[in-house]
Ligand binder design. Structure first.
Ligand code: TYM
Length: 325
């Protein structure tokens, strides 16, 4: 069975962007692949996090993975920092990365631009991501469009290591899961859980009232046509995309349904659809979160992951001369 690896940062509560752009697809993929779903807390701390909040968000993310339908009997859910091999291989990946190629990453440019005191880890974030993926002999990495560049770098680093030291890493394929879900307040920006404006994103744990309010106050374009046109109508196109993914309905069918009805009716129905989809997920989430299941699943997950990574880590270290015997 082919191997899949993907990760989500516990840097905030998962948004519709993460869910519709990644998690929802993970649920389908777990039927046909051996899946590792990681909670990447070491990536989250590349920018300052409140320690208690980070701890809580890790458990919440684990409960959400399960609440949306990831079955821990079928897939492995675990926390990155509980598998030290990630950091160990990350060091090796940093040693074969060039500063220039890391500085060219658009996520690094976006997160560091205009800021003073940018952490070195923000720059070395992609070699850690490469380590995550390569450690498991991953064949396929399902991610949103925003991670494409990091995946290309992962392939470059794997090829570089294989040709310079020993041919041990599988070159992983990216599986890009679809268009980016954009901010509800600025359709030029991706929807992000760390956006300072909380109206810009819908969190998977927003209550009914908050979710409805955020959808109704989402920015729209100048006319009243509910029509998909990313270039000229980016805001309504984003809402149509959300509707289509939430309701598993073709965009053309949704356009036909709202022809001549204007944005108001469309937004009211989208809010209703969001509440209908989220209600059962949230109910499952709170049941799981309040039980022992989260810790049991994460303990079993890190045991399984720690076992799997040892042979490859050892081979990589040996190839570079790090092991004494
Ligand atoms: P993160 O935590 O930002 O996002 C998790 C997943 O959600 C996708 N995503 C989106 N998709 C569509 N629209 C959006 N607005 C949107 N926002 C986020 C992301 O593409 C991602 O698939 N660096 C990664 C985490 C990571 C990882 C890995 C992923 C660390 N190691 C190894 C894959 C393999 C990140 O920050 O994702």
């Amino acid at each position: 069975m082919k191997k899949i690896f993907s990760g989500i940062q516990p840097s905030g509560i998962v948004t519709f962007g993460n869910y519709l752009g990644a998690m929802k697809h993970f649920v389908e993929l777990q039927q046909d692949y051996d899946c590792m779903f990681c909670i990447v807390d070491q990536h989250a701390i590349t920018v300052p996090q409140d320690p208690a909040t980070l701890r809580e968000q890790k458990r919440k993310l684990a409960a959400l993975y399960m609440a949306v339908g990831i079955d821990p009997k079928q897939s492995t859910i675990f926390v990155q920092s509980e598998v030290p091999a990630h950091a160990q291989l990350s060091w090796i990946m940093q040693c074969i990365s060039y500063i220039g190629e890391l500085e060219r990453m658009t996520q690094f440019k976006d997160k560091s631009e205009g800021k003073s005191g940018v952490s070195a880890a923000l720059l070395t974030y992609p070699p850690l991501m490469a380590a995550d993926i390569l450690l498991y002999g991953t064949d396929i990495v399902p991610v949103g469009e925003d991670q494409r560049q990091h995946l290309e770098l992962t392939r470059t680093l794997a090829e570089r290591f294989n040709s310079q030291y020993a041919d041990i890493f599988i070159i992983p394929e990216a599986k890009i899961l679809g268009r980016r879900i954009m901010s509800l307040q600025d359709p030029e920006k991706k929807m992000s859980k760390s956006d300072a404006n909380t109206k810009a994103f819908i969190s998977m744990l927003d209550d009914e009232k908050t979710m409805t309010k955020k959808i109704k106050s989402a920015v729209t374009d100048s006319d009243q046509d509910v029509r998909f046109d990313e270039e000229n109508k980016p805001a309504i196109s984003n809402l149509l995309q959300i509707y289509s993914l939430l309701g598993d309905e073709e965009i053309s069918a949704i356009e036909a349904k709202y022809e001549g009805k204007g944005y108001g009716a469309f937004k009211t129905d989208l809010a209703e659809l969001a509440v209908t989809v989220l209600n059962p997920i949230q109910k499952r989430f709170y049941d799981i979160y309040e039980s022992d299941e989260v810790d049991n699943v994460l303990d079993a997950g890190s045991d399984k992951a720690n076992e799997q990574v040892q042979p490859l880590l050892q081979k990589a270290e040996e190839a570079m001369g790090l092991q004494r015997h």
